[in-house]
Design a binder for this molecule. Structure first.
Ligand SMILES: Nc1nc2c(c(=O)[nH]1)N[C@H]1C(S)=C(S)[C@@H](COP(=O)(O)OP(=O)(O)OC[C@H]3O[C@@H](n4cnc5c(N)ncnc54)[C@H](O)[C@@H]3O)O[C@H]1N2
Ligand code: MOO
Ligand code: MG
Length: 408
């Protein structure tokens, strides 16, 4: 049995970022992972421009002005945004200017309108600027042409979309989304639209895992419920490993007589690198690789175990494979409002919520039973509190390590 850290390292070692890329338009780039470094041949700002509606002045002219005896300047031009100024500001002159408009030659400072008083063709500058260059957005001060703007391996969200638009990257190269096959195993399972007969269980894992995979930007390929029948399982697994980058099955990985997954993976040429992990819930996690590069996660069937394994292990695997540079899980140390208990044998993950209470993050256990079959109180959670192996109690008020960012 591997520790959680050992299992994490075994899994990550096997996963290489995919090489397949595709071109997408800027409009279709949101949520994708950039596969090329982006740079621009434009400085940003593109040219010196005004940060305020006001007057473009020479600092020398106005630095000693005051409200009692203001300097007045002759207005020789009006420069709205978009206009290229032709006039050169000489001593004693100014130009009316608006936010975003190009600075006229000769001027070096902007006086905001509120600190002036217009007097026909002239304007009185009532308050001196604190420094030369005030309210001028100088060319190239945010970005110099030719440098890297965005690095390959980042997720494209709204801020990156703005940068890409400004860099005129109307078509860009992103990593293509990996396909993830998903199926549930078990004779007892039925689909949610079927009538429950005695002894049966409604398949929730397939739906949970499909949503989980989609939330990571990969393409889920749900393959349904497969009976605990070695021939059916073998055929399904064979097809899945030949058509997907990652395969996720749930159930059939423990020590029961109907737990066939591990044996079949071996028969099909899979290399089983993990059979059990000292994690609760989720101990019978199976991890295997195939010669064609396919990665297989045999995930325990209990619904909470299934999602905890996905969050702890499959999440980073999908992220790394998808090309994301930041694929590691995120951990925080926060105060727990509840006392957290463990038998001490495995690393225990308790589901709950981190909430901001009086401005500080705190962890609160999900109410109800903490049982790996209780998927009901998993709803609404956003974090897993971790009790290290060997530790039995973390008292309310103490700090606990919490894994955040669950893609629910
Ligand atoms: N003798 C032992 N028994 C068990 C052990 C053990 O170490 N020794 N480990 C337990 C742990 S921990 C877990 S977790 C489960 C894992 O079991 P399997 O992965 O083999 O899964 P199944 O036996 O097929 O099912 C377990 C449980 O989960 C329900 N299930 C299965 N699939 C679904 C689904 N798609 N949707 C909803 N619920 C599902 C299934 O009905 C069972 O109740 O083994 C323990 N046993
Ligand atoms: O490890 Mo199992 O996943 O507790 O139910
Ligand atoms: Mg079983």
């Amino acid at each position: 049995m591997y520790s959680v850290k050992e299992a994490e390292s075994i899994i990550l070692t096997q996963i290489q970022p995919r090489q397949e890329t595709e071109k997408v338009s800027l409009e279709a780039a949101f949520g994708r992972i950039l596969a090329e470094d982006i740079s621009s041949d434009l400085d940003f700002p593109y040219w010196d421009n005004s940060a305020m509606d006001g007057y473009a002045v020479r600092y020398e002219d106005v630095k000693d002005t005051n409200p009692e005896n203001p300097v007045t300047l002759k207005i020789i031009a009006e420069i709205p945004a978009g206009k290229v100024p032709e006039e050169i500001i000489q001593p004693g002159e100014t130009a009316r200017i608006f936010t975003g408009a190009m600075l006229p030659a000769g001027s070096d400072t902007i006086i905001m309108q509120e600190n002036t008083q217009k007097q026909g063709e002239r304007v009185a500058i009532l308050i001196p600027p604190e420094k030369i260059g005030l309210f001028v957005r100088q060319r190239g001060t945010f970005y110099r042409a030719g440098n890297t703007l965005l690095k390959a391996g980042i997720a494209i969200n709204s801020p990156e979309i703005a940068v890409l638009a400004t860099a005129q990257a109307t078509e860009l190269t992103v990593f293509s989304r990996p396909q993830v096959a998903i199926f549930s195993t078990g004779d007892e399972l039925i689909n949610p639209d079927e009538t429950l007969q005695k002894g049966q269980i409604i398949d929730s894992n397939r739906y949970a895992l499909t949503a989980f995979v989609a939330s990571l930007g990969a393409i889920p390929r749900p393959l349904g419920i497969i009976k605990d029948n070695p021939d059916l399982l073998r055929e399904t697994i064979r097809k899945a490993i030949n058509s997907s980058a990652i395969v996720l099955s749930t159930g059939g990985v423990s020590v029961g007589d109907y737990d066939y997954i591990e044996g079949i993976l071996g028969e099909l040429g899979g290399k089983i690198l993990i059979g059990t992990v000292a994690i609760q819930p989720g101990k019978p996690l199976t991890f295997a690789t195939f010669p064609n590069g396919c990665i297989y996660f045999g995930i325990p069937g209990n619904p909470v175990s299934a999602l905890v394994c996905c969050w702890r292990f499959v999440q980073m695997a999908i992220k790394k494979l998808s090309g994301l540079t930041e694929y590691q899980n995120k951990f925080l140390r926060v105060v727990t409002r509840d006392t957290l208990k463990s038998k001490g044998q495995r690393e225990v993950y308790l589901w709950g919520k981190i909430e901001i209470i009086e401005g500080v993050y705190q962890f609160q256990l999900a109410p109800g039973q903490h049982n790996s079959a209780n998927l009901i109180n998993l709803a609404g959670t956003n974090a897993l509190a971790i009790i290290p192996q060997g530790k039995t109690t973390i008292q309310a008020g103490e700090t606990v390590e919490v894994m955040t960012g669950l893609p629910l």
